[in-house]
Structures are given as structure tokens and as C-alpha cells.
Design a protein around this ligand. Structure first.
Ligand code: M6R
Length: 592
């Protein structure tokens, strides 16, 4: 959701570098974009509504400059217009700024500035920050005025600021991602919302923490702690992501690339530092109240976790969506443990849940993919899932890796981490068969049959009930077909009224204690004309179409979601949707 990219260094094609960097951030979701670059005595700004890829070689890409910044905007304050796109600037472009996040008290500050004569042309909160910096600039230096403006901002933000007469970049963050890439030539820096955007140039990074600011000049860089008002030192960290891991390679889309990577990503997730798994398992056992918290797909993974802990560790844990977690605040104490699940580690609702929990002294564990994320940085313990960059909006490989970690934790709580690990290793090797083209061709037969249906349903029981819900999310977000997941037992309490002749119903039938009951639910659906697509290790009489999955016991949620991910991808392609960038969605939802 919104992307920032900026460059300062010896290269003279900064605008082009910035546009390329923004393209790499497209997966985050956006509806308009813009670039600003410094000339000898001015800052040139260009903004557009629409896709960056529509950008042809032209004056912007050819402009010569060594200092530029860009932004891809996902509208929150103000509609999708060029005026509201970033960069935002003061009247004479003295201060130019890009911003992610939400400036919560902007209306109040805007009124104060209007009284002082400031005129605003956009509806954005971002423009208010530019004017605020300009106002402070009447008394202070560029650095001081940015710092003073930041101190007035309530909410989360990541900003990059340019000033007309300064060859410097000021950048700061709080609760919104921002990473500095350190280039190979001396004094070259990239600033971006995510590492893959500059991975082509460098794998050396500096992570800014909350309330920290960097002042980057042509020949110098310094870091400040905004709250303590003092200079600080920051470490350069070398990361082991490579360019290939964040590119599509020979695959037509990131989504299918990421689905196909799951054998490897699962193996990486399982190969955790045993110490951290044991430490978290101990914390779960010692806690008085454990909450699994996440949003969207990560939330469904949390729900799977609730079942896994019950089944494997005989332990009751609670699940809550990030946006609902606040309702449990009265039950939180210093003995509570919160386990947050997130691919990006930047989801605003989950971050807010953490804030609520921290106020009550709750210990936080996060299971995240982006190790540099805000969530990872504010947690007491972190289990990295190590899935590598996930760029398709629809989460696939991160999902199965998160389930694998929860499975491992559940086994560890029962003293059987080795058994859990072995089971997961076997599962990883078995899913290999599901990731070959023949398996995809089989699923394509059903994709072609159902590609024009209006609605479809998914049923599951036990730990495969949340997988039915997750299947619905996958199908909704990329195929745009109305899809809903139900607990098999709930059908006859209402949803079965939706079934008519040939309504596709996917039944997730694991070889476990729920098998008989979910098959019976499928039979009830079939009796009302439903078309049953069975996802199961064995072919059952009630199935009209069978998708075979390996029989893996407790890891059935992992193997059951993979064919649905493939089906969702195929439906998206058949229906001519972009599976990587579905309409109205952003990869990481950084606003409430
Ligand atoms: O980055 P997170 O895992 O915290 O994201 C949470 C959800 O926004 C995310 O899972 C979303 O539901 C995906 N688009 C689902 O595919």
C-alpha cells in the first residue's frame, strides 16, 4: 500500500532509477504515482493517475539529475487525482515531499497553517506536512524544520523530503516501512519501502527504526533520534536476498512462481533455529492466555493454529483478527502471550493490536516474512518464516510456511518438536508432486468448467475449516468470483439454501476424524444439485471431480490449500484478471 523510492548519489539518471524502483514496488498496490527530481535551482515534479508500466521513455526518464524521489499512491485522504498524487509540494515547490501512512491530526494542523496564510490545493494530509516544514523553515534550518514538523505528526508515517535549495534528502519513519540501501560507489543511497526495489544495486541496508531520521547529503549521511534529539550510529547490514528471488524469471506471474516455490520455502521454514522454537514453546506453556493474531490470510492461518494447538498440544489458544483484538483488552495481563502472524509485518490492524497488548505488558512473538518489518522490530521474539520476497498480492508461499511454523510450535509444546519436524519434511517432499505441470493441467479442467459461475462455496471441518475460509479469500481476490467458506456442519443451518443445480462446492476432505462428517455434508449438497469438487487423498463416490492431495495427517491444511491456490490462479488467468495485482487490493495494508 503506497511505495516510496528515492535516490541520491553519483549517477546522473536518478529520475529513471526512481521510476524503475517504483515499478518494483507496484505489487504493493497503487492508483497514481509521481516523481520529483532536483535541477540546479528547482525541483521538477511529474504526476500521473494510472499504471507506471504505461510510462514510455520520455523526458522524465531522460532527465539528468543525481537526486530524485518517487511515490506510488493508494488513495486514502482525497480521491485518485493528479493533484492528490505524491510528491506534494508547497506553492513554489520549496518543500517537496512523499509520504506513506496517515497524519491523524492533519486537519487541526491544516487549520492553523491556513490562518497563517498557507494555501492548499490537494485534499491530502501529505500536503499539510510540506507546508508545516515550510512554516518551521521560517525560523529553522532544513534539518530542524523537518524534525519539528515530525514531532507534530500523530500517526504512522514514512517520509522523504527535498528542499529546492539543498542537495540533501531528509527521511524519517514511524510505524511505516522505510529502508536505506547503501550503494557501491561511495555516497550513493537508495531509500525505499521495500528491499527488492533496490536489490539490483545493493544488498547492503540500513534499517531506520521508529522515530529515527536520516539526513543524506552528497558526501555525508547522519542519523538522528528524533525524540531524544541526538545523533545516533546505525549499522550497515548485508542481506542474503538475491535479485532472482524478487523477479518473475520465466514465470508469467509472481503468483504462480510463488506457488511453485513452496517445496523450498516450506523446507526453509522448517529449518528454524531450534532454540527459538523451544523458547517460544516454553513461553506458550508458561503463559496465562495465548492469542494468535493476524489479518486476512494471516488471520486464517492463526485460526488453523487454534486447531493445531488443540489437536497436537492439547492446549487452548485464542484466535483474533487484528482489527478485533482490542475487544479482548480486559483479559490481557503481563502473563498473556500474543503471537502475531504476518507476511509483511506492516499490517496496521495487527500493529495496533500489538500496541494495545504492549500497554498491558503482554509479551509479543511475531511470525513474519519480512524480518526488517515494524512488527519484527517491536516484538520480544521473532520467528522468521524465510519464504523470500512474496510479491503477488495473494499470499501463497508465506501461508504454508506460517502454518508449518505453527505446526512445529504445537509439536514443540507437546515435547515432540522432532516428530513435528519430520512430519513437515515428509510433507515438503510430498507437495513436490503437486507442483508439477501435470497436476496443474488436471486442475485446469475444473477451472475451465467453472470459470463463468457466479458463486462457489468451500466446506471443511476442524483445522480445514479455516482452510475453507482461506480458500474463499484466494478465489475472491484473484478470480473475483463470489466464493464463501463454511464449516461443513454449519451448512444445514442456513447456507445450504444457496445451493442449486451445478453450484460448485469444494469439499476439503482430510483423512482425519472429520472425514465421515464432511463427506456427509458433501452428500447433502449433492442431493440439492451441487457439483462436488473433492480435495482429498482418496477418491470418494460423492465427488464429481477429484483433486488428489497426499495423505499427510496433521499437515493437511498445508496440502489442501495448494490446489486451491493453483485453481484461483488459473481462474484469474482464464478470466483475464491480473493475478499479481488484483483490483482494489494492496499487498500490505498499512492503514486501518
Ligand atoms: O502482510 P500480512 O500477512 O499481515 O497481510 C495480511 C493480509 O492483508 C493478507 O494476508 C491478505 O489477506 C492477502 N492479500 C491474502 O492473500
Amino acid at each position: 500500500m503506497c511505495g516510496i523510492f528515492a535516490y541520491i548519489g553519483p549517477k546522473t539518471n536518478a529520475p529513471k532509477i526512481v521510476i524503475e524502483g517504483l515499478k518494483k514496488l507496484e505489487y504493493r498496490g497503487y492508483d497514481s504515482w509521481g516523481v520529483a527530481y532536483k535541477t540546479t535551482d528547482d525541483i521538477v515534479i511529474n504526476k500521473k493517475v494510472g499504471k507506471i508500466e504505461e510510462m514510455k521513455e520520455g523526458p522524465w526518464t531522460k532527465a539528468k539529475s543525481s537526486l530524485a524521489m518517487g511515490h506510488s499512491r493508494w488513495a486514502t485522504h482525497g480521491g485518485v487525482t493528479e493533484k492528490n498524487a505524491h510528491p506534494q509540494a508547497t506553492e513554489n515547490r520549496d518543500i517537496v515531499l512523499v509520504h506513506n501512512g496517515i497524519f491523524e491530526n492533519y486537519l487541526e494542523v491544516k487549520k492553523q497553517l491556513q490562518k497563517k496564510g498557507h494555501k492548499f490545493i490537494s485534499q491530502t494530509d501529505t500536503e499539510v506536512i510540506a507546508h508545516l516544514i515550510e512554516e518551521y523553515g521560517k525560523k529553522f534550518s532544513f534539518e530542524e524544520s523537518v524534525k519539528s514538523a515530525i514531532k507534530k505528526i500523530e500517526g504512522r508515517y514514512a517520509i522523504v523530503v527535498l528542499k529546492k535549495n539543498e542537495n540533501k534528502i531528509m527521511t524519517a519513519r514511524k510505524g511505516s516501512p522505510l529502508i536505506i540501501g547503501v550503494g557501491t560507489p561511495k555516497n550513493e543511497y537508495f531509500i525505499a519501502s521495500d528491499i527488492p526495489a533496490f536489490l539490483k544495486y545493493t544488498n547492503k541496508v540500513i534499517y531506520l527504526d521508529d522515530d529515527q531520521m536520516a539526513v543524506i547529503g552528497e558526501k555525508s549521511i547522519k542519523f538522528l533520534d528524533i525524540k531524544k534529539d541526538k545523533e545516533i550510529k546505525k549499522r550497515i547490514i548485508k542481506i542474503d536476498w538475491n535479485v532472482e528471488s524478487s523477479e518473475k524469471g520465466d514465470f508469467p506471474h509472481f503468483m504462480i512462481k510463488e506457488i511453485t516455490e513452496q517445496k523450498d520455502t516450506l523446507t526453509k521454514a522448517i529449518n528454524q533455529d531450534p532454540e527459538i522454537i523451544e523458547k517460544v514453546a516454553q513461553a506458550i506453556k508458561n503463559a496465562y492466555g495465548v492469542y494468535l493474531v493476524g489479518c486476512g490470510t494471516a488471520g486464517k492461518v492463526g485460526m488453523v493454529g487454534e486447531y493445531l494447538f488443540a489437536e497436537i498440544a492439547k492446549k487452548h489458544v485464542n484466535f483474533a483478527f487484528g482489527s478485533e483484538f482490542g475487544n479482548y483488552k480486559d483479559f490481557l495481563t503481563k502473563k498473556t502471550l500474543m503471537i502475531c502472524i504476518s507476511q509483511s509485518g506492516e499490517t496496521a490492524d495487527t500493529l495496533e493490536a500489538i500496541e494495545t497488548a504492549k500497554k498491558k505488558g503482554v509479551k509479543i512473538v511475531s511470525i513474519v516474512n519480512v524480518e526488517s518489518s515494524t512488527m519484527a522490530r517491536i516484538s520480544d521474539m521473532v520467528i522468521p518464516i524465510k519464504a523470500g520476497p512474496e510479491k503477488a498480492v495473494a499470499s501463497t508461499k508465506a501461508t504454508t510456511s506460517q502454518i508449518a511454523i505453527l505446526t512445529l510450535l504445537a509439536y514443540a509444546c507437546d515435547g515432540g518438536v522432532k516428530i513435528g519436524k519430520q512430519l513437515l519434511i515428509t510433507t515438503a517432499s510430498q507437495i513436490n508432486d503437486m507442483l508439477n505441470p501435470r497436476y496443474g493441467e488436471h486442475i485446469m479442467k475444473i477451472a475451465k468448467k467453472i470459470k463463468n459461475v457466479e458463486s462457489m462455496y468451500i466446506i471443511g471441518r476442524g483445522k480445514n475449516y479455516p482452510i475453507a475460509l482461506e480458500s474463499a479469500i484466494k478465489l475472491q481476490e484473484v478470480s473475483y468470483i463470489h466464493a464463501e467458506g463454511f464449516a461443513g456442519g454449519e451448512l444445514k443451518h442456513g447456507p445450504i439454501a444457496l445451493i442449486s443445480k451445478n453450484t460448485p462446492v469444494i469439499a476439503l476432505v482430510a483423512n482425519d476424524e472429520n472425514k465421515k462428517d464432511v463427506l456427509s455434508n458433501a452428500t447433502e449438497v449433492k442431493a440439492r444439485g451441487g457439483y462436488i469438487i473433492g480435495v482429498s487423498p482418496e477418491k470418494e463416490e460423492v465427488f464429481d471431480f477429484w483433486i488428489r492431495v497426499p495423505d499427510t495427517g496433521s499437515t493437511s491444511p498445508i496440502v489442501n490449500i495448494i490446489p486451491i491456490q493453483i485453481l484461483a490462479y488459473q481462474l484469474a488467468v482464464l478470466r483475464k484478471n491480473d493475478p499479481d495485482k488484483p483490483r482494489n487490493l494492496a499487498k500490505s495494508v498499512t492503514v486501518k
